[in-house]
Design a protein around this ligand. Structure first.
Ligand code: AHR
Length: 619
């Protein structure tokens, strides 16, 4: 491999090249990155008709001690369903309550992770016909072990109308499969609504589960595309993500059923929180909005203007003046400064749908007129022929087998250099080559990414999909990060992405791979300056997608003969190409690093079968 490191030939790689795509899929947000522990906190998941199913809430007590059902008496107009508990037993008399009391518990998302010494803020709204004596507790696995509790008391007058209660629980022990319990042993009728339990140690107090946030942060994402995916479209328009229903005080959000991935979300992670997440990650937000097209129904172009206005309002919410209508709501939510929204995508995978082009143009012209600087992304693929409509970028998605993914490194070689640039916003090896996250899949993706790096004069942005999976709800496999209530690991595909984090904004160096032995090698080279260390590097990445060991000569032209460098070698490989990580072996397939000093600019590299290797030269 001959790398040309002379100043004359390098080409800048877009600052934005590598980022992430966050979709509310696999409980990525609700029961994932969003740290709320209570599932269905407003009792709305069972639908607006009452009495409704309160799943996963569970009744404590039997029919002689308590009657539990929903009604529509909530104090919150956009989510009227509340929980009514008619307590039949008492602490004295002929129907004595059981020792543990009666009431309800919430198991969270397959168990709440409660950790010793940590604080949990519980907030709920309550109303009562009698004096109140309600115990709020965190209870361990299978209802055994009191981890923390607090009792709320007051007269009937104190709670005759809806009252907000806040209590801070400090855990006495650790249990990864806990539940939140609200119980009483006092006769009367109690209503509950909007019950929340939040760990106090979320990232910057912004509600993101810290360790999951840190896994994202380690990818140094330059952008975050959100909130979907199919989640944006819905099977039906009535279930699509509508940003206005996800902002304002959390208690007032209606929540919605995501009918593509088939679960309810309380929308605690709403439009504001996505923008906050982007800011916290130092990533540019890319908002994907519904354009009047779902999987099964579409709004006619003649009737799409209300949705166009909804998109314009969403942009105003993100970056409008704090005195503007929607900018003032953002300011009231604690962020008077505008968010750095510069890109929007009109829909997701909707290009072939009958109404897409007509609707797209309405959105395009309205946004271009109101916000000339905003970059507008089309769903139609412009990689092999010119788009028939104006766009600043176009989406490109690919899910395929490993061989095909590796061969797609050349996809953009023949793309016109004059049209809008590509946003490869979803790519992954899927199917039997990928399992739930194999080395094979990751290596094919590494080859594909090297091809994208080479073509980064026509590719602006790249993100893997999906990002997250809660192991209890694998709606889509594979994914980059696997987690449950308390553990997490990166799949090999996650670790491949880490090898590319320095590429955004780096200089692409031309290189020539002269090998007679195999067409299963692909390589690229970049140079960049680490501004915190004030050091300059060249990184050479080589994927060996074959089953044999390969030996190649690497030389970096542009340095005097005899000059020596420090060199760090990082290899991602494993004994078996189908190896995966797991909770039991979270680091089975992770990069291994070794360093050497006094390395010359000509080296011989031995590349393991099925591996990706990067060489960082400190220059
Ligand atoms: O990433 C999973 C899904 O794949 C996305 O929701 C969709 O855009 C694509 O079909």
């Amino acid at each position: 491999l001959v790398v040309d490191a002379s100043d004359a030939t390098g080409r800048p790689i877009p600052e934005t090249l590598f980022g992430i795509f966050f979709e509310e899929i696999n409980h990525a947000g609700a029961g994932g990155l969003w740290a709320e522990l209570v599932s269905n906190r407003g009792f709305e998941a069972g639908g607006p008709n009452t009495p409704s199913n309160i799943d996963p809430w569970t009744i404590i007590g039997n029919e002689s001690s308590i009657i539990v059902e929903t009604d529509r008496t909530s104090c919150f107009d956009r989510n009227k369903v509340a929980l009514r508990l008619e307590v039949l037993c008492d602490s004295e008399g002929d129907n004595i309550c059981p020792n543990e009391g009666v009431g309800v518990y919430n198991p969270g998302f397959w168990g709440m992770n409660i950790e010793q010494g940590k604080k949990y803020k519980v907030i709920f709204y309550v109303r009562s016909t009698e004096s109140l004596n309600l115990t709020v507790s965190l209870i361990g696995t299978n209802g055994v072990g009191n981890l923390a509790s607090s009792t709320i008391t007051g007269t009937a007058a104190d709670f005759s109308s809806w009252t907000k209660v806040e209590t801070l629980l400090v855990a006495k022990a650790t249990d990864h499969n806990s539940r939140l319990q609200l119980t009483t042993n006092t006769k009367g009728v109690i209503w509950l609504d909007q019950v929340s339990a939040m760990p106090q140690d979320t990232y910057k107090g912004h509600g993101f589960r810290t360790e999951l946030f840190e896994m994202l942060s380690a990818l140094k994402p330059k952008f975050i595309r959100f909130p979907g995916g199919c989640f944006v479209e819905g099977e039906w328009l009535r279930n699509a993500f509508r940003w206005k229903a996800t902002v304002g005080p959390w208690e007032e959000r209606p929540g919605h059923f995501g009918d593509v991935w088939m679960y309810w979300t309380d929308d605690g992670l709403g439009y504001f929180e996505f923008l906050q997440l982007a800011e916290d990650l130092g990533a540019i937000p890319i908002w994907v909005f519904n354009n009047g097209v779902s999987h099964n129904d579409e709004v006619d172009t003649s009737a799409v203007l209300p949705l166009v206005q909804e998109a314009l309002d969403g942009i105003e919410f993100a970056r409008g003046d704090p005195t503007s209508k929607w900018g003032s709501l953002r300011a009231a939510m604690g962020h008077p400064e505008p968010f750095d929204l510069r890109y929007v995508a009109v829909g997701n995978e909707d290009c072939g749908k009958p109404k897409y082009r007509g609707n797209y143009l309405k959105f395009y012209h309205a946004i271009r007129t109101a916000y000339p600087d905003i970059q507008i992304i089309s769903n139609c693929d412009g990689s092999s022929r010119a788009l028939d409509h104006p766009a600043d970028m176009y989406d490109y998605h690919v899910y395929t087998n490993a061989n095909d993914m590796f061969s797609r490194a050349n996809t953009f070689d023949r793309t016109s250099r004059n049209g809008p640039k590509a946003f490869v916003s979803e790519y992954a090896v899927t199917g039997k080559d990928a399992g739930t996250g194999s080395l094979l899949a990751a290596l094919a993706e590494a080859g594909f990414l090297i091809g994208l790096e080479k073509n980064s004069d026509v590719i602006e942005m790249v993100s893997y999909a999906p990002l997250f999976v809660n192991a209890n709800d694998r709606r889509w496999i594979p994914d980059a990060i696997v987690f449950d209530s308390y553990q997490m690991y990166g799949t090999p595909s996650y670790w491949v992405q880490k090898l590319f984090v320095e590429s955004s904004g780096a200089t692409f160096l031309p290189s020539t791979l002269n090998t007679t032995s195999s067409n299963q090698l692909i390589a690229s080279a970049i140079s960049w300056k680490d501004s915190t260390e004030n050091k300059n590097y060249i990184r050479i990445k080589v994927v060996n997608f074959g089953r044999g060991t390969e030996t190649i000569d690497i030389s970096i032209d542009g340095f005097p003969v005899g000059q020596q460098f420090g060199c760090t070698k990082t290899v991602l490989t494993s004994d078996n190409v189908m190896d995966e990580n797991s909770f039991a072996q979270p680091t089975k397939v992770v990069p291994q690093t070794s360093s050497a000093v006094n390395v010359e600019s000509k080296i011989q590299a031995i590349l393991s079968p099925f591996s990706v290797t990067s060489f960082d030269f400190l220059i």
